[in-house]
Design a protein around this ligand. Structure first.
Ligand code: DGL
Length: 268
């Protein structure tokens, strides 16, 4: 199955999921769209994010012949998953369900936390996804406005981000959680700061790996996996913003597969 896996995010955050997909499925072609021209999604109304998500996903299917879509963005998953699954002619893998499943598996105390964008937390998607696991846990969900902006600037450490993290994470610390889900794909880039603030007794859970496992099992189930052949896997990265910045920061964040970025033009 030579067609690529299509992935998207508002910007650089989905590269955490792309890294996991590339590592776990090295034979797969990947096309990634980072909507940096319209980021951030987290502070936008759900309807608007839904429109962006549908536009990008359709572009991945129609322009790039994607065989499956990985929604590498919690905000877009929270706003648009149902519509994406209803409309698209290919399987759609999201980050919210795999993340929630990993979170409830990780906790021992039954007190868990999730942090995400304002849009994700306000949507209640994690409350529903955690409830759907059937596990009796107590969930503290809080928004962390500002984190994404630090990552998009390439500033993933230092005093400023540490001070912000101390302030934003106070409610999950007070809730005495033992597992914290990074419910925004940008946040793994701040994992060291977040871990430092939360302390050694809290396990951080990232949905990136879980999503890659979910993508592998879904593609396998549908007979869509690409078997490694002679031709090496191709990884393409597109951005609606500044492609020089996308290649530069994206290469630092993702690794050597991201050397060049191409321009993606939104219709709206
Ligand atoms: N990376 C995205 C997420 O997982 C959102 C970042 C943004 O606000 O644009 O929610």
């Amino acid at each position: 199955m030579d067609r690529p896996i299509g992935m998207f995010d508002s910007g650089f955050g989905g590269l955490t999921v792309a890294r996991a997909v590339i590592d776990l499925l090295p034979a797969e072609h990947v096309v990634y769209i980072g909507d940096t021209g319209r980021y951030p999604y987290g502070s936008r109304p759900q309807d608007e994010v839904r429109g962006f998500a549908l536009e990008i996903a359709w572009s991945l299917v129609q322009d790039h012949d994607a065989k499956a879509i990985v929604v590498a963005c919690n905000t877009a998953s929270a706003a648009a998953l149902e519509e994406l699954r209803a409309q698209l002619p290919v399987p759609v893998i999201d980050v919210v369900e795999p993340g929630a499943a990993a979170l409830v598996r990780t906790t021992e105390s039954g007190r868990v936390g999730v942090i995400g964008t304002v849009g994700t937390i306000a949507s209640g998607a994690y409350d529903r996804a955690v409830a759907a696991t059937g596990e009796m846990v107590s969930l503290t969900a809080i928004a962390c406005p500002g984190f994404v902006e630090f990552v998009e600037r390439g500033q993933t450490s230092g005093d400023e981000v540490h001070i912000l993290a101390e302030r934003l994470l106070a409610p999950v610390q007070a809730a005495d959680v033992d597992a914290l889900l990074l419910g925004c794909t940008h946040y793994p880039y701040l994992a060291r700061v977040i871990a430092d603030v939360m302390g050694a007794n809290v396990t951080l859970v990232s949905s990136a790996d879980e999503t890659a496992f979910a993508a592998r099992s879904e593609l396998d189930r549908l007979g869509l996996l690409r078997l490694s052949g002679d031709e090496a896997a191709e990884h393409r990265f597109l951005s609606s913003g500044d492609i020089t910045w996308f290649a530069d920061l994206g290469g630092r964040l993702l690794g050597p597969e991201l050397r060049d970025a191409e321009r993606w033009h939104p219709i709206h």
